[in-house]
Design a protein around this ligand. Structure first.
Ligand SMILES: *Cc1c(COP(=O)(O)O)cnc(C)c1O
Length: 375
């Protein structure tokens, strides 16, 4: 790898991905298939390399958030099942059918609009809102919900193959949250069973995300939608999971300059840091335009020669400064800097420093950062 070509890059470790997939498969019920959630360019990891590796690992279901992502995955995986979790404009109905994509259907009006725009039957799964409050048929009252769903089975342009819902607090250990998840689960199974009684026994039912798949695997689910743990991060840091995960993405950069600063010298915009004694300072070629959050100003730290070095002052668009005093004998321009990843500083840990989640960190690594695949 010619790291000198890059100012900031993300290493994508496919052996870590394989490790995570195998670990998760071991805890899934026997009849539950692995659906890899690869939305948002595989959570920022790059959908091409990730999907190819997943195919190799025997994964045959892929979930995305929209049609553009679905078409990208379809190109990489010509024979896999590609599932759109969210809204696709009904005008795109023809493409959904043409590329054999499965669409989530969240309301009766959406179903009608899809059908009105379709020229061939559209494969779909019904989305229930069992308590997430985001999208889906309201399912608090089983009868009312089933009555709303039944007409969909008469629509010629709709081929209904499954039903699904999404949990709001599956990652929580708090008793009332656990109860809430059980309630959500009951709602979808009640609707599923009632539809079966009406002669519509659906092939697929799924509700588990990463957290639920590990904490409360349900053998009635035919599919499990696995996102964050596949990438080696935790659904709810710092709550540990009973399986070992390896972060797939490691974000790196290089030092462009090393200098001494003295008592009274200021660092970066806003002069939020002023040295009170002689310090060794390294400038690193990464900033918020790469997805390294400005909110980490004065809070974050990065690894240089294996040592945690604090950020001094504000993170700039393309650069930031580290206090490398403790390794002043070793450090020089051109040295590699590890910002987060499969190391002491996980994306989850960094996220907790400024009030977000690891998901947002990896998804937020920007387009200008090359993804370097490591086998
Ligand atoms: C993103 C998403 C998932 C994956 O969630 P993780 O917590 O990353 O496993 C599953 N289902 C739906 C509907 C989603 O939007």
């Amino acid at each position: 790898m010619k790291k000198v070509l890059h100012r900031a890059w993300a290493e994508i470790d496919l052996s870590a991905l394989a490790h995570n997939v195998e670990s998760v498969k071991k805890v899934l019920p026997q009849n539950t298939q692995f659906m890899a959630v690869v939305k948002a360019n595989a959570y920022g990891h790059g959908d091409e390399a990730v999907c190819k590796k997943l195919l190799e690992l025997g994964v045959s279901w892929f979930a995305v958030s929209n049609l553009e992502e679905a078409l990208s995955v379809r190109k990489i995986c010509p024979n896999a099942e590609v599932f759109i979790l969210g809204y696709t404009p009904p005008e795109c109905a023809a493409d959904i059918a043409k590329y054999n994509i499965i669409q989530g259907v969240m309301s009766a009006s959406y179903a009608k609009e899809l059908c009105a725009n379709a020229n061939a039957p559209i494969r779909c799964h019904i989305k229930l809102d069992t308590g997430m409050g985001r999208i889906g048929f309201q399912s608090k009252h089983t009868d009312a919900c089933v009555n709303e769903l039944l007409p969909l089975f008469d629509m010629e342009m709709l081929s209904i193959e499954g039903i699904y819902t999404h949990f709001a607090v599956a990652d929580s250990e708090i008793p009332c949250d656990i109860e809430y998840t059980q309630m959500q689960e009951k709602r979808i199974f009640d609707v599923y069973d009632r539809l079966a009684e009406c002669g519509h026994k659906l092939q697929h039912i799924h509700c588990m995300n990463s957290a639920a798949s590990i904490v409360r695997p349900n053998e009635r689910c035919t599919l499990a939608r696995i996102g964050i743990i596949m990438y080696g991060l935790l659904p709810n840091y710092p709550v540990e999971l009973p399986i070992e995960l390896k972060p797939v993405m490691t974000f790196k950069s290089v030092i462009s300059q090393v200098k001494d600063v003295f008592d009274g010298d200021c660092i970066s915009y806003g002069r939020t840091y002023t040295a009170s004694e002689t310090r060794k300072v390294a400038t690193v070629t990464v900033g918020y335009a790469d997805g390294y959050a400005r909110l980490l100003s004065g809070k974050g730290y990065a690894l240089v020669h294996g040592k945690k070095c604090p950020i001094l002052g504000r993170v700039c668009m393309d650069q930031l400064m580290l206090d490398v005093t403790e390794i002043s004998e070793l450090v020089q321009s051109g040295d590699e800097v590890t910002l987060f990843g499969n190391c002491e500083i996980t994306a989850d840990k960094l996220a907790s420093l400024y009030g977000t989640i690891g998901y947002e960190i990896v998804c937020g690594i920007s387009k200008r950062v090359p993804r370097i695949v490591i086998e």
